[in-house]
Write a protein that binds this ligand. Structure first.
Ligand code: PMV
Length: 334
């Protein structure tokens, strides 16, 4: 028997960051994180399940529709995740996978989050299964990319919301309709980053700032939950920037140190500060990369886009915003 499914699954941007883990392989985080699911930044994945033995086939789909071989490390990550899915579902057989991103891979836009959530959803559907969102979140997390657990639903999510060990999954705390926030993603550099976030999680506890961050987090988590519930951008904005700077403070002071910033990163952060001083609500956040996500209410998106587009040296701007989560598609990649 064979089954085929295609899923479009979005990236997400963390307001409260996942940085540091108690179990690196299973991605059990040190602290809860809160994110907004994106829309324009997504991965499309076609999974076809076929009976029989042999290696899973993994291809990258190009814009012209052709399929190319994926890099070896990418193939390894996908096959490992498919092994976990086979183990979890008790099913055998192999998969043919084709995948494509709407944005540059490995550049600090959560390509692993959208990629692994798309893979988990497409592979289980190709097996004829329909796991609920909690189980999909756990399966996506088991890829080793914890943030993938927050890409299986739309709106605003907290992870872990409940459950421990392998039942550690994300939960929606507000829908996409609840608050129309935008994310203007400014690419400071679109090349692949040199130190993976997996390695960043491993080094985090070696920073002298890691323990202090854990003391500060409960108040920030509360403020973020409240800001989302009450659609209070003034409450959210300072938390967003504190979180982004602290993630990079910890990375830069880890042993060995990790520097994700590039020269345009600082110029973008300054532009966001100037916008705010001029009365435009906007706040910057960053994941493990040089790019800056400018979060703002829908009314200020145009002004933010105009200002950041003029920053010298940037590699591009992507207009995104809160999204409704993964969806199935009949447009298969292979
Ligand atoms: O999911 P990972 O292992 O790629 O880690 C993601 C870490 C950050 O993007 C920096 C923060 C987050 O919570 O998404």
């Amino acid at each position: 028997m064979s089954g085929k499914a295609t899923v479009i699954s979005p990236a997400n941007i963390a307001f409260i960051k996942y940085w540091g883990a108690v179990d690196f392989d299973r991605a059990i985080p040190t602290n809860p994180s809160i994110s907004m699911t994106l829309d324009a930044c997504h991965s499309r994945c076609t999974a076809e399940h076929v009976d029989g033995s042999g290696d899973d086939e993994v291809h990258l789909a190009q814009p012209d529709g052709s399929l190319t071989d994926a890099p070896e490390s990418f193939v390894r990550g996908v096959r490992n995740h498919l092994d976990r899915i086979r183990e979890h579902t008790g099913r055998s057989g192999r998969f043919r996978i084709a995948t494509a991103n709407s944005f540059p891979m490995g550049a600090g836009i959560a390509s692993s989050a959208s990629g692994f959530s798309a893979l988990a959803i497409a592979a289980t559907r190709a097996l004829g299964l329909e796991p609920d969102e909690d189980e999909l979140s756990e399966l996506a997390r088991m890829s080793g990319s914890g943030s993938a657990s927050r890409s299986v639903s739309g709106g605003y999510l907290e992870w872990p919301a409940e459950g421990s060990g392998d039942r550690c999954h994300a939960k929606v705390i507000a829908s996409a309709d609840h608050w129309d926030l935008k994310d203007v993603v400014v690419l400071a550099d679109s090349s692949e980053k040199k130190v993976s976030s997996r390695e960043g999680h491993r080094r985090a506890a070696s920073s002298p700032h890691f323990a202090r961050r854990r003391e500060l987090l409960p108040a920030r988590l509360d403020a973020t939950r409240r800001a989302i519930a009450e659609r209070d951008f003034d409450l959210l904005a300072p938390v967003l920037e504190e979180e982004a700077i602290e993630l990079h403070l910890i990375a830069m002071s880890s042993r060995p140190a990790i520097f994700y910033w590039k020269p345009p990163t600082l110029a973008i952060l300054e532009t966001v500060r100037e916008l705010r001083e001029a009365g435009c609500p906007a706040a910057a956040t960053m994941d493990a990369g040089p790019n800056v996500h400018v979060i703002c209410p829908a009314e200020s998106e145009e002004q933010v886009f105009d200002a950041v587009s003029r920053v010298p040296g940037i590699a591009g701007v992507i207009r995104d915003g809160v999204g409704r989560g993964p969806r199935f598609s009949d447009e298969h990649l292979a």
